[in-house]
Design a protein around this ligand. Structure first.
Ligand SMILES: [Zn+2]
Ligand SMILES: [Zn+2]
Length: 281
């Protein structure tokens, strides 16, 4: 069974619309796909409608999801939610609060970029964006397009990354708040891309301990681009902290690096978070 529990659409910083991502997932023969946009569930309904139109012989099921930015010990940590009631009040309230924070942060970043001499063209492009869910990646994309930097990586290294001139410390919710909002909506909470935070092994264990203590359900053990050894280590860590395992590509759009549903096999020792979801095949 092909399953991918982590991807983004144009509802946050993905390149494909919910309808396009459903088409691509269908081509990739994925059976279960979770749309996990940053702090929003806005893309899910359109994806579900598109998936419902696919032929019954090769169905694609859309699992409601979200990826919530949290603040933990000065780091930005991402918590995935799956299988929530997307209209639950506590979750909706938390996401709205995150939106307000995101808008405020985007305005501060724009100010700093302007002061740092980034082109009007790039900033206007972000300002004109239809997204009400602006991320640093939107700024990076606009700066690449306007020729301010040569690629996304340089945009983060020179301007947007932590410690650089246009970095603004986010005021996200706590891990406890995110887990509570997801679970109160009937969902499951997973810690996304544990190796992306560049924590030392001691700090990573501290994070897992806190996430587990907050009632977190799963660790994202399998991601598309990953060394075998890392996947095995994460599987062992998940077991050590009584967390189930999830698998997700974190697909943001067509590129040579990532593909929906590709290379997401969990190690044998892992207990998949979806085991209790009664998925059929
Ligand atoms: Zn993330
Ligand atoms: Zn993501």
């Amino acid at each position: 069974m092909r399953i991918d529990l982590h991807c983004h659409t144009t509802a946050s910083d993905g390149k494909l619309t919910p309808v396009e991502i459903v088409q691509r997932a269908h081509t990739m023969q994925i059976r279960y796909l979770s749309i996990t946009d940053h702090d929003t569930v806005a893309g899910i309904e359109a994806a579900q409608q598109a998936a419902a139109k696919l032929p019954a012989s090769s169905p694609l099921h859309i699992i409601p999801g979200v990826e919530i930015s949290c603040r933990w010990q000065g780091f930005e940590i991402h918590i995935l939610g799956w299988q929530m009631d997307t209209e639950a009040a506590e979750l909706a309230q938390l996401l709205e609060q995150q939106h307000v924070r995101r808008r405020e942060r985007a305005a501060q970043i724009a100010e700093k970029l302007q002061a740092a001499g980034v082109s009007r063209q790039a900033l206007d492009k972000v300002a004109a964006s239809s997204s009400d869910n602006l991320t640093r990646k939107h700024f990076a994309d606009a700066m690449v397009a306007a020729g301010d930097v040569k690629d996304i990586d340089s945009a983060f290294r020179r301007y947007l990354g932590k410690g650089n001139c246009a970095y603004v410390q986010p005021e996200w919710c706590s891990i406890e708040e995110a887990v509570a909002a997801i679970q109160s909506a009937g969902g499951y909470a997973g810690l996304a891309h544990p190796l992306a935070y560049q924590l030392s092994s001691k700090w990573l264990k501290r994070l897992l301990r806190d996430f587990s203590a907050a009632g977190g359900d799963a660790l994202e053990v399998a991601s598309g681009q990953q060394e075998k050894l890392h996947r095995q280590q994460l599987a062992e860590l998940a077991n050590d902290y009584k967390l189930k395992a999830s698998a997700g590509s974190d697909f943001h759009g067509p590129s040579q690096w990532r593909e929906l549903g590709r290379n997401l096999q969990l190690p044998e020792i892992s207990e998949p978070v979806w085991q209790s979801w009664s998925l059929t095949e």
